[in-house]
Write a protein that binds this ligand. Structure first.
Ligand SMILES: CC(C)(COP(=O)(O)OP(=O)(O)OC[C@H]1O[C@@H](n2cnc3c(N)ncnc32)[C@H](O)[C@@H]1OP(=O)(O)O)[C@@H](O)C(=O)NCCC(=O)NCCS
Length: 216
């Protein structure tokens, strides 16, 4: 009798009845093939390393081949439920003071192949939909002198409000603020501020209408 009880305690019930998930995970892990074990460990390691790149925020979805570059001092904040699709490139920081910030708001979706570069500050609000192959960069990257205006400003923060929809292949340039609820037409180049709830299109993007509402 004692032997039977010992057998039961030692094998199945201790793990099956454990209320925390690690026991179940460990049991499944032990039963995996070598290949699956290796893939699982690589996944856990990738998840751990990636999570260390973020400074705060809730659980978010990052597709596999998203490239994240960070040069401190830099802060990268990904809101709860944000989704970054495959092939996106997020770069934050220049390696010098002041601290650079890239903030992507809760439930915002960034489409495949979009590139965001924050040398100063890029703030993207909640529930935005940024389509594929867009470029958002707050720096021209190099010093430039023009005859008409003299030395160009290298960096200026970008602020995108809540519920903004940016069409594919659009470019959002340094210093721009896009008001909440606005829509940017496909292939637009946004160089000037966009008032809230506006439809802007073209290069350079111009307001052509008011947005009453849009749905995801
Ligand atoms: C923003 C958008 C949705 C507006 O569509 P819409 O309400 O049907 O607007 P219309 O097509 O009637 O265009 C209104 C005017 O803006 C112009 N226009 C629309 N989109 C434009 C664009 N991307 N670039 C330049 N002009 C544009 C039209 O020529 C039209 O001008 P006109 O009246 O002088 O001819 C549309 O411009 C767009 O970008 N569509 C792409 C959406 C997309 O790719 N979605 C999938 C991924 S998220």
């Amino acid at each position: 009798m004692a032997d039977t009880l010992t057998g039961k305690v030692e094998v199945e019930p201790t793990i099956e009845e454990a209320s925390f998930g690690f026991g179940r995970f460990w049991q499944r892990f032990r039963e995996m093939s070598f290949r699956d074990k290796r893939l699982t460990l690589m996944g856990v390691l990738r998840f751990y390393l990636r999570s260390r790149l973020f400074d705060s925020g809730g659980p978010a979805v990052l597709s596999r081949n998203v490239v994240i570059g960070k040069r401190r001092p830099a802060r990268l904040v990904l809101g709860r439920g944000a989704r970054i699709a495959k092939g996106c490139v997020l770069v934050v920081g220049t390696g010098r003071e002041p601290e650079s910030v890239l903030e992507i708001g809760p439930r915002t979706v960034i489409g495949p192949g979009t590139r965001i570069m924050a040398a100063s500050q890029v703030h993207i609000g909640a529930r935005c939909m940024i389509s594929w192959n867009c470029s958002i960069f707050d720096s021209i990257g190099h010093k430039l002198w023009l005859k008409s205006t003299g030395e160009s400003e290298i960096e200026a923060p970008i602020t995108i409000g809540d519920d903004v929809w940016i069409g594919p292949n659009s470019i959002i340039m340094k210093g721009v603020t896009i008001g909440s609820g606005s829509v940017v037409g496909a292939g637009s180049v946004v160089r000037r501020d966009v008032p809230p709830k506006s439809l802007v299109v073209g290069n350079p993007a111009r307001v052509i209408d008011r947005v009453l509402r849009w749905e995801r």
